[in-house]
Ligand binder design. Structure first.
Ligand code: GAL
Length: 691
């Protein structure tokens, strides 16, 4: 049987011979001529420690093969202890000392933690929550993201830093702020929201019409009357508020980018660190101005869901459609869960290689050494307060050694997939505002589709619906609730051109104003599908489903589908349940142009969904990279520049044996060894190159 992996290897060789560009659509995030292609790092806070201890800390990092530190993201009160009194000499010395230890630096702008003088003298810079309560100084993230005064201060500190370090050869990039999250509901934010609405709708009459404000006498006479609320409001308002928040974080970034870019070398990237599934704003909007994507990868204890974590890596890769950085991850445990269980021995390494397998070019631990006081005294670290290694240090040192071994082979490579899952913030928000069944978590529903696809195809992209679609053989839109005409047109063009599109429940119910589409679901795609949703039902009990692909159940959500074209096929029907659904179509499909549209009207149980995805993958001509990989073994392939590197991770607590599709060179073995199969211990990892 012709495996996808073989197809790739052949294609890669063709690329080398023809001298064409890299095969995958994705690319490495950062590539420095004088720095390794894979970076291992830690968050280091020199401002929290006597300078006499810095050298010993950095020496221990170097001994663990750590070649990257992130510095500065909370150090505003050390950089500018009094208004206008800038002190950077300590940072000059910290960066220089890191360089002495062959450790490069990402600089964080310190704007997530303004100093007390700033918020005390200028209380208008403090954020106001939805209940109208203004934050006090303390903790962090207490600023208002719309405050023009705060932006002036943020611009100034970022500019001072860039003027000083924009050409520093040891500074490889910039992290703006830290984990953007909290919106503000202050009068300035309200005025800006009104302005944003004015620009979008032109006239208040137009807004009234789009939001159907005749409902509950909401009709507005002027934009200034519109309330600012993030819940329990008109769905049109709620969706626009989220979009406004997204645009505001984007302009918050632009303010600092404008301060840094004119003074910084082009090789220095600018990013911010994001938070996986966090839905506070649209990541695609915010990333439009950033050079690379980066995220903070935190999970629970030993039983972590590696599919969900892999999906979050793939999501982040999709923000820029190229490799990304893991800017923070846990050295075994965190301090902010209800039970801060530790990863088992071996799992920190398992997670690090999972990140690389999904396209990370850097992995950084938060944090190197805990501050002696402060809110995070219990958090996992690499060295204790005494500066001596804690047990996980040795595991990180092993990762560092392995990164060094594999860096050359992985340089210029990235994951490539012919399957995509669509992530759409408008739809996630629209469902979250009106779940109808509280258990309908749109992220959980997306992951329910992602899991079997990732398991069976071993490579999945998570992309925006506005991303290029042509390279995919199969695209799944799990719950594309908000479906504007332009997106529907793109999807239809994809299908007509030969793509296979799968729509999940609740797709196409809403227009871009979060109003109901007059045409029943999937709205603008109902005509092409030759079928539609007759009625939707939130489920208390499981409903039987019987299909071409086997029997199973639906829970949480089920839609009675109707078929109105002769060539629309019914793939599954409901069994007997509430009377309305009995024997009605649950999954339908139709050939359209050179491709197909399939509509799945229910949240199917995992086993049934896995059967359906396996049929869909087969029909789309997608084969696994490693056929018959054992359960719990994750297969990742990075390719590019004529190379193909496979990363195998055993997430099981037991040994496994994996047969390779062809002989490959083991990059982690003491001497380059060719293998046809690998044995992996619990949480074991191997990295193999195709020759
Ligand atoms: C992150 C944050 C870090 C640190 C870490 C602890 O969300 O960016 O500053 O607080 O959590 O897990």
């Amino acid at each position: 049987m012709k495996s996808r992996f073989r197809c790739f290897a052949a294609a890669a060789i063709t690329v080398i011979l023809s001298g064409a560009g890299a095969l995958p659509a994705f690319a490495q995030a950062t590539a420095y001529s004088d720095k390794p292609a894979l970076l291992l790092g830690a968050a280091w806070y020199p401002e929290q420690w006597p300078e006499s201890q810095w050298d010993a800390d950095l020496a221990k990092m170097e001994a663990a093969h750590i070649n990257l530190v992130r510095i500065g993201e909370f150090a505003w009160s050390t950089m500018e202890p009094l208004e206008g009194d800038f002190r950077f000499a300590w940072l000059d010395r910290a960066i220089a000392l890191a360089e002495k230890h062959h450790i490069c630096v990402v600089l964080g702008t310190p704007t997530a933690a303004p100093p007390a003088w700033l918020t005390t003298k200028y209380p208008d810079t403090l954020r106001i929550d939805e209940n109208g309560i203004r934050a006090e100084h303390g903790n962090r993230q207490q600023f208002s993201f719309t405050s023009p005064r705060y932006r002036e201060f943020a611009h100034q500190i970022a500019e001072k830093m860039a003027q000083r370090y924009g050409h520093n050869p040891n500074v490889v990039g910039w992290q703006l702020d830290n984990e953007y999250a909290a919106a503000s509901f202050d009068p300035e934010a309200k005025a800006q929201f009104h302005q944003w609405l004015r620009k979008k709708y032109g006239s208040i009459g137009n807004l009234n019409n789009r939001w159907t404000t005749a409902y509950w006498s909401q009709a507005y006479d002027s934009f200034d009357e519109i309330p600012v609320r993030a819940e329990k409001e008109n769905p049109g308002l709620l969706l626009d508020w989220k979009r406004f928040v997204s645009e505001t974080w984007r302009s918050y970034s632009e303010n600092q980018i404008g301060a840094i870019r004119p003074h910084a070398d082009k090789r220095q990237f600018i990013t911010t660190n994001t938070m996986g599934w966090f839905s506070g704003f649209d990541e695609y909007t915010v990333h439009s101005d950033l050079d690379i994507a980066a995220w903070d990868d935190y999970i629970g204890g030993e039983n972590y869901d590696y599919f969900d974590n892999g999906a979050r890596h793939d999501l982040t890769r999709g923000f820029k459609n190229k490799n990304f950085w893991v800017m923070e991850t846990q050295p075994a445990f965190v301090n902010w869960k209800s039970v801060n269980a530790s990863l088992a021995r071996g799992q920190v390494r398992d997670m690090a290689w999972q990140a690389i397998g999904h396209g990370a070019d850097a992995v950084e631990y938060w944090q190197w050494r805990s501050a002696l006081n402060g809110q995070e005294e219990y958090h996992g670290v690499l060295v204790g307060a005494d500066g001596a290694p804690v047990p996980v240090y040795a595991e990180v040192a092993q990762i560092g050694e392995e990164f060094e071994k594999a860096a050359k082979a992985l340089a210029g490579t990235s994951p490539d997939s012919s399957v995509a899952v669509i992530n759409d913030y408008d739809s996630r928000w629209a469902i979250d505002f009106q779940r109808h069944n509280n258990n309908f978590d749109p992220v959980a529903e997306m992951v329910a589709f992602y899991k079997p696809l990732r398991d069976q195809a071993q490579a999945v992209d998570v992309i925006s619906a506005r991303s290029p679609l042509d390279k995919y053989r199969l695209i799944v839109a799990p719950a594309l609730n908000v479906l504007p005409k332009d997106v529907a047109d793109r999807l239809l063009a994809y299908v007509k051109g030969g793509g296979n599109l799968v729509l999940g429940p609740r797709t196409g119910m809403k227009d871009e104003f979060n109003g109901l589409n007059v045409e029943r679901q999937p709205g603008p795609l109902a005509g092409a599908l030759g079928g539609r949703v007759e009625q939707f039902y939130a489920l208390e009990n499981k409903v039987p489903v019987e299909g071409d692909f086997g029997p199973g159940t639906a829970s949480i959500w089920a839609e009675q589908l109707g078929v109105n074209a002769k060539d629309t096929q019914i793939l599954a029907r409901y069994g007997v349940s509430n009377g309305w659904l009995d024997h009605q179509p649950a999954v339908i499909t139709r050939k359209v142009g050179k491709g197909t549209i399939t509509y799945v009207g229910a949240w199917l149980d995992d086993a049934l969904l896995a059967k359906l995805t396996s049929i869909l993958l087969k029909k789309s001509g997608v084969e696994p990279i490693v056929p018959h990989a054992p359960n719990g073994v994750e297969v990742c392939l990075r390719s590019g520049k004529g190379k193909a590197v496979m990363i195998l991770i055993n997430h099981n607590k037991t040994d496994v044996h994996v047969s390779l599709p062809r002989a490959m060179v083991d990059l982690l073995a003491p001497a380059a060894t060719e293998r046809n199969s690998v044995d992996l211990p619990p949480y074991g990892v191997d990295v193999l190159e195709s020759k």
